[in-house]
Design a protein around this ligand. Structure first.
Ligand code: ADP
Length: 387
């Protein structure tokens, strides 16, 4: 293990906000990034050495990344595991996490089956390929339930709640493709753990509480307001998930805590995840630095929490598309212990992730106090036209 100058280059499929924050974390390690993205001047561009213009699944683009990089990784599940496999084999440039892991995770049904087989607790689920199959699955699972497209969903797009038998036809029509249905979990709260597989070690970040609204992550707070026993169950589920994953890198593991304190796995992301953004200021090593250490085979960093920390997404609050102009930033910028992250996206639309805030508390800060503080700081923020 050594550090060199010029440093190791990592090629990243995807140049969104995750690529940008990877770029910010790469610099202190002397690592250089080249990202690929179809959008010119993607959010990552200012924070990385270069951007290759091309679709996430375009083979020539991924080959160009491999030509320029010592290692390949991806920050978006729209990367193509077959392309990554072929390029890795031809060029000898290793891909982390392994494309097989991406293949499993891309299909929510395959993912749940694989995890259930490995003994990870998951909500009851069934494969459904027609409205009739959905009706008979729900005769067993009961109502309400959540119907999910097997592939391509994100931020709740691709998920349709099914409240009662009368909703079956419309729910299936909304997906109209290969799907899975799972019991609706009446959870106490949602939790997330960032796990990391290194060259020959593994780490987990502190258990985080995630607050979603309309299926989109809005806020996080760590430590989570769960008992130590529940948090240990979340860590145990994370270890079991990591046993199933192949390849180095960080994994975002989303969990439900049920009313009786059990843990059920919702889903996994084979990359840094929104629920881990708070680690930039809140932990000794961020999820982004950890991912780069893992991918390049460096020793992993300490995942200890510096202090209780909350984060809050800055989401588009306008209809239609318009140039991104965020007003009301004086309050967050001048709030003590608060960091502002702006992703540099040129346009804003409804619920688009445009940035986030992180508030690091005193050692004895409460989750409720941190959330109240970050909500107060964010209160004036808006993209809507103001006089
Ligand atoms: P995506 O892949 O689009 O992020 P998820 O499957 O993670 O979608 O679901 C997003 C959110 O929807 C979850 O964080 C949770 O709030 C809610 N959700 C998903 N599945 C269920 C379920 N089975 N029961 C209750 N809520 C669910």
């Amino acid at each position: 293990m050594e550090l060199t100058s010029p440093g190791t280059t990592v090629g990243v499929v995807g140049g969104g906000q995750l690529g940008r924050m990877l770029g910010e974390a790469a610099s202190p390690l002397g690592i250089e990034l080249v990202v690929s993205d179809p959008t010119p001047d993607a959010p990552a561009a200012p924070a990385v050495r270069d951007q290759v213009l091309g679709e996430f699944d375009d083979e020539a683009t991924v080959r160009e990344l491999a030509r320029r990089a010592d290692y390949l990784t991806y920050e978006i599940e729209l990367a193509d595991p077959d392309v990554l496999d072929a390029v890795a084999e031809d060029t000898g440039t290793p891909v982390h996490p392994h494309p097989e892991t991406l293949r499993i995770i891309q299909d929510k049904l395959v993912q749940k089956r694989r995890l259930a087989e490995a003994g990870v607790p998951v909500p009851a689920f069934r494969a459904v390929d027609s409205a009739d199959e959905l009706r008979s699955a729900l005769a067993e699972l009961g109502y309400p339930a959540m119907l999910k497209a097997r592939e391509g969903g994100y931020d709740g797009r691709g998920n349709v709640p099914v409240a009662e038998p009368g909703d079956v036809e419309a729910a299936f029509d909304a997906i109209n493709g290969p799907a899975m249905v799972e019991e609706f979990v009446d959870y106490e709260r949602e939790l997330a753990v960032m796990g990391c597989l290194g060259a020959d070690e593994r780490t987990t970040f502190p258990v985080t509480e995630t607050i979603h609204e309309a299926e989109i992550l809005r806020e996080t707070v760590s430590p989570a307001r769960a008992s130590e026993q529940v948090r240990e169950r979340a860590r145990a589920a994370t270890r079991d998930v990591l046993d199933v994953m192949q390849g180095r890198g960080v994994y975002g593991i989303e969990l439900f805590e049920t009313g009786d304190g059990e843990i059920l796995l919702n889903e996994i992301a084979p990359r840094p995840h929104n629920s881990g953004h708070w680690t930039i200021e809140g932990c000794h090593t961020s999820q982004f630095g950890q991912h780069l250490r893992a991918v390049t085979g460096l020793a992993l960093g300490s995942t200890g929490r510096r202090a209780p920390t909350a984060s809050k997404n800055i989401l588009g609050d306008v209809d239609g598309r318009q140039p991104a102009r965020l007003t009301g930033v004086e309050r967050p910028l001048s709030t003590d212990r608060l960091s502002v992250h702006w992703y540099g996206k040129r346009e804003v639309y409804h619920l688009r992730k445009m940035g986030h805030l992180t508030l690091v508390g005193e050692q004895n800060a409460s989750a409720g106090g941190l959330l109240a503080g970050i909500r107060d700081a964010a209160e004036p923020l808006t993209f809507a036209e103001t006089d």
